[in-house]
Design a protein around this ligand. Structure first.
Ligand SMILES: CSCCC(=O)C(=O)COP(=O)(O)O
Ligand SMILES: [Zn+2]
Length: 204
């Protein structure tokens, strides 16, 4: 059990993500739920690998309103959507990795289907490599409200867990707390690397 506060755990996760090279330039954004009403979101335009506690901004989950008047992530609407859709979600991590950027473009369908990998068990509730894990892939959009509406409509028809890919953009994933969100990010990123290698080798 970590002695760090959830925000300090999130700051540590951001540094870890930065060290992995998973949030190049100013890419990526991260948040943690405070309670049923508010979350704390990374400030827009910063290097997410060097964030401190002061770089997180309180946002109202229901309305996206920002009491401080500061500028949280441009993708705030995706984080708040996740907190509304998944009441158990306690932290959200969005990264721009090469694997998630490329695979989401190569995959032309509406989901990346992972099957046959022991590491699927890094995802909460997965018990066997024989089960399929479907990670939805949504076309990217600069209109975050429109994108959030598309994701919400998809989720109503096709329930999913863990995260989603934005085509040519990256992965957004979550967990019940920062620790689980980190595990899901690391597990999914490993699975994406495997899937990229498998597709490359099987094309030979
Ligand atoms: C070069 S990053 C483009 C914007 C983006 O996709 C991202 O994740 C970072 O945006 P933010 O407003 O959260 O800094
Ligand atoms: Zn992004």
């Amino acid at each position: 059990m970590s002695q760090l506060s959830p925000l300090d755990q999130l700051v540590a996760a951001c540094h870890w993500i930065g060290a992995k090279g998973w949030a190049p330039a100013t890419g990526g954004n991260m948040s943690v739920r405070e309670d049923g009403r508010f979350c704390l979101l990374s400030e827009s335009g910063k290097d997410k690998g060097s964030l401190t506690r002061d770089d997180f901004i309180q946002v109202e989950i229901a309305t996206n309103s920002v009491p401080s008047g500061r500028r949280p992530s441009a993708e705030t609407g995706l984080h708040t959507l996740i907190y509304r859709l998944f009441p158990d979600a306690g932290a959200v991590l969005h990264t721009h990795t090469v694997n998630s950027t490329v695979l989401s473009r190569v995959e032309k369908g509406s989901a990346l289907r992972l099957e046959g990998y022991e590491m699927q068990k890094s995802l909460a509730g997965q018990r066997s490599h024989l089960e399929e894990v479907a990670i939805p892939v949504f076309d990217n959009d600069q209109d975050i409200d429109a994108l959030a509406q598309r994701i919400e409509a998809y989720a109503a028809a096709t329930p999913f867990r863990y995260g989603f890919l934005l085509r040519g953009h990256g992965l957004t994933c979550w967990g019940r707390d920062v620790s689980e969100a980190r595990r899901h990010l690391e597990g999914l990123e490993f699975l994406f690397e495997c899937e990229r290698q498998r597709r490359l080798l099987e094309a030979l």
